[in-house]
Design a protein around this ligand. Structure first.
Ligand code: ZN
Length: 338
């Protein structure tokens, strides 16, 4: 099978690997779509993915074979590569450890995941795909679950004015999750015109171009002069966390969704007097995946406008795709199609 194997030094090479054999309790999945996640782009940019790893955790496909003892799945079942509930003891480290450092501990294994023609999963790991959800849309359940969790942990309430900083895939999904949860108005800040247009198509009420105007006063004005009740930081650009804290209203809530991998400047004396809540969210739990899949299946989250025809690539194009995504990008959601 073909797999995009990370070599170190921002280099992905397509290698021919043996198709893995499912062992006891494992299923072999033939991947149909694998979406490129910002997390993988960071692992590439900062060269922290270990050499030999095959990244990719946003994928869908079909069960190609099951190992001994597997009764939950059969060949041909359509599945999403995650979202199942791990048995006790099998949870990801960040869910088990009191102290977890994602930068130092998040990229340690060389498992062969979604940027390959086949991958192995534990039989508890996948979710089945509802009949009315395409394989393409199903591959985006993971980022959708991240947006669902961000909204669920944010204390956002029915009728709140919300700002979303950054309209990459997570920002675009957060706009829709916030709307589905009852936001009255969603204001988006995003420098790419393509992404701003997509934000409007997906229900944003107003957009701001932070490369042309100062997003802080612009968003405060658009929220009737008081600032948003909740700001979702989905950009991880150097100024955006401090901007979020500066624009949110008194007693408001800033939800940090995107992770900056470099120090970001902050001046707490500017905003500490507003007695703000700053919350963080990280990844998603199985329940968030189920909510995400319900929202996709019911049409409350629309994935079609997020995937432009130019966003598809073959596995062979993955090095170019990653190189384009480490620069300020105009692509919305790039997807490897097998
Ligand atoms: Zn992801």
């Amino acid at each position: 099978m073909k797999a995009a194997v990370y070599q170190g030094n921002q280099k992905l090479v397509i290698e021919e690997l043996p198709v893995p054999e499912p062992g006891p309790g494992e299923v072999l999945v033939k991947i149909s779509h694998s979406a490129i996640c910002g997390t993988d782009v960071h692992a590439f940019l900062y060269d922290i993915a270990p050499a030999g790893a095959v990244m990719g955790h946003e994928f869908s496909g079909r069960v190609a074979a099951v190992g001994p003892g597997v009764t939950a799945w059969k060949e041909g079942d359509r599945v999403i590569g995650g979202g199942g509930t791990p048995p006790s003891g099998m949870e990801a480290p960040l869910r088990r450890q009191e102290q977890y450092n994602y930068r130092l501990e998040g990229f340690t294994d060389t498992r062969k995941r979604g940027y390959a023609e086949y991958t192995l999963l534990n039989d508890w790991a996948p979710l089945g795909i509802p009949d009315n959800v395409t394989d393409l849309h199903a591959s985006l359940t993971e980022p959708c679950s991240v947006a669902v969790r961000a909204v669920r942990l944010s204390n956002m309430k029915l009728g709140d004015v919300v700002a979303v900083l950054g309209a990459g895939p997570i920002g675009l999904l957060t706009i829709q999750a916030a709307k589905a949860a009852g936001a009255r108005k969603v204001i988006v800040s995003e420098p790419s015109a393509t992404r701003r247009d997509t934000a409007i198509k997906l229900g944003a009420d107003a957009v701001v171009d932070p490369s042309k105007e100062d997003a802080i006063p612009a968003i405060i004005n658009l929220s009737e002069g008081d600032g948003p009740h909740v700001v979702f930081e989905c950009a991880a650009a150097p100024p955006t966390l401090d901007a979020a804290l500066n624009m949110v209203r008194k007693k408001g809530n800033v939800m940090l969704v995107a992770l900056a991998w470099e120090s970001v400047p902050m001046l707490p004396v500017d905003w500490a007097g507003k007695e703000i809540q700053l919350n963080t969210t990280f990844g998603a739990e199985p329940y968030d995946w189920k909510v995400a899949l319900d929202l996709i299946s019911s049409g409350k989250i629309d994935l079609e406008p997020m995937i432009l025809s130019t966003d598809f690539l073959a596995l062979d194009g993955i090095q170019d795709a990653f190189e384009s995504l480490i620069k300020p990008s105009t692509q919305v959601q790039m997807v490897v199609r097998f």
